[in-house]
Ligand binder design. Structure first.
Ligand SMILES: [Zn+2]
Length: 467
């Protein structure tokens, strides 16, 4: 049986400052080595000061993943020498003296499978290495410390996955969950990184490090299973080792043995006291946490009678569910959920489009009302939406500018119907004997009016015209 376990690193976003100093957490805004100070550079005499907000957000992740949350947490030094780590140690968490990380064991449901979470820890991100030069001979490595000390949450799972597909499903659920909590932005480059351990029946455990995105994680796991199966089928022993993911060639390569033999000499970080997160604080955090995705879904189905599949899509994406929450009433909820899931999601489907989109809750509300009142057809609503996303103009202005309003003038509509009746004599005869087939004629009227005929009135007038 194949066993896969994951270690996922996700950057905490929406934080003012780094984990132990007042430098900005949003390091992407800065020129190289502009966002640094004596604390995150580890200069002698500097002392770390823990960011309370980061602890709160990490604890929220632990609570959302059903993890146990200890009342006291501690930090440890993980010692290693590498240019991206100015202090020569990383401040992280570890469960040496019982459960002292922000999150203990928990679980998350992925389809029929329960994936167990081993622990969740809060730690600082190292700096970033930049490689320059075209060949290995003249290549140089530069270091940018802007990221050093920014808050990172590590989520460690038990080896409960059996297939790359389960891994992907888990990552989708986790991304949605983190986004819904408002603690992380999985779409930012480098915001999610992962290591995986993979073993097949009869083989040793292989660790795959350096996977830079969720997209590559599934690929890396898939590659590693194929590689190990191929060795196994040729009776070649699978050794316990660390391999690196090469994201250009999309393969894993064996790490030099020196890198495997690291001894981190963990010890308690004496410059940060043990932090108490009492029951009262935890209860308060639970109150501050946004409604969970599963609870939203349940509410959409039970209160608004939205079909479960639509509710599923709508609740799992924060961007759309926020729009829905701000625009719907009990009466228009179903129509708005339709507009969002059938039209808007297709038109605004990338991070960039979301950021530039001018759509507001007010627009959605007015669009739904216009459809319900028969002012525009669903088809015209989609055309209006297309325009509003770009211009941000009001729904009423857009309907008038693009001449999208329904044709509800009886004499105007009757003229079109007479045309259709004379052109489609065969279909008219059929409709007389089989009333169901009248929809074909309604379709023809819609075609001639570019979908703008008022459907109710069209049907009524058609029936009269046929006699
Ligand atoms: Zn700093």
């Amino acid at each position: 049986m194949t066993k896969i376990g994951l270690e996922i690193h996700c950057q905490l976003t929406n934080l003012e400052s780094k984990l132990f100093c007042s430098c900005k957490a949003n390091y992407r805004e800065f020129e190289i080595n502009e966002n640094i100070c004596p604390i995150c550079m580890g200069l002698p005499g500097s002392l770390p000061r823990l960011n309370q907000d980061a602890v709160k957000k990490a604890t929220m992740i632990a609570l959302a993943l059903n993890c146990s949350t200890p009342e006291k947490i501690a930090f440890f030094r993980k010692n290693y020498f590498y240019p991206d780590l100015p202090k020569n140690f990383q401040i992280t968490q570890l469960n040496i003296y019982g459960d002292t990380s922000v999150g203990g064991s928990g679980s998350i449901q992925v389809g029929d499978k329960k994936i167990r979470i081993t622990r969740i820890q809060l730690e600082e991100d190292p700096g970033r290495l930049i490689y320059e030069g075209s060949s290995s001979k003249n290549q140089i490595t530069l270091v940018d410390y802007n990221r050093a000390g920014t808050p990172l949450v590590e989520i460690v799972t038990e080896p409960d996955f059996e297939t790359p597909k389960q891994v992907r499903e888990f990552l989708n659920i986790l991304s949605d969950l983190l986004e819904n909590l408002g603690v992380s932005d999985p779409s930012l480059e480098g915001a999610m990184r992962a290591d995986a351990n993979v073993s097949i029946e009869g083989g040793k455990k292989v660790e795959v490090k350096n996977i830079g995105s969720f997209h590559d994680l599934e690929k890396a796991v898939h590659f590693e299973i194929t590689r190990q199966n191929s060795l196994h089928s040729r009776d070649i022993e699978i050794i316990q080792e660390t391999r690196h993911w090469d994201d250009k060639r999309k393969i894993t390569i064996s790490a030099r043995s020196k890198e495997e033999e690291l001894d981190y000499r963990y010890f308690l970080e004496g410059d940060i006291p043990w932090i108490k997160i009492g029951q009262d604080v935890q209860e308060q955090l639970k109150l501050e946490m946004p409604e969970s995705i599963s609870s939203k879904k349940e509410r959409y189905v039970s209160v608004y009678d939205i079909p479960p599949q639509v509710a599923d899509v709508l609740s799992s994406d924060k961007f759309y569910s926020d729009l829905f929450e701000a625009s719907h009433t009990k009466d228009n909820a179903k129509e708005i959920s339709n507009i969002i899931t059938t039209d808007l999601m297709g038109l605004v489907d990338t991070r960039e489009k979301r950021e530039t989109s001018k759509i507001t809750a007010e627009h959605l509300k007015d669009l739904a009302d216009s459809i319900t009142n028969g002012k525009i057809s669903r088809n015209s609503a989609k055309n209006a939406l297309h325009e509003i996303i770009k211009t941000g103009k009001s729904v009423f202005q857009t309907i008038s500018d693009l001449d999208l309003g329904n044709v509800s003038d009886e004499s105007e509509l009757d003229k079109v119907i007479q045309e259709v009746v004379s052109e489609e004599s065969k279909a008219v005869e059929q409709a007389k004997s089989n009333p169901q087939t009248i929809n074909y004629l309604v379709g023809k009227v819609m075609q001639k009016t570019q979908g703008k005929a008022d459907p109710g009135l069209t049907l009524q007038l058609l029936k009269k015209a046929i006699g």
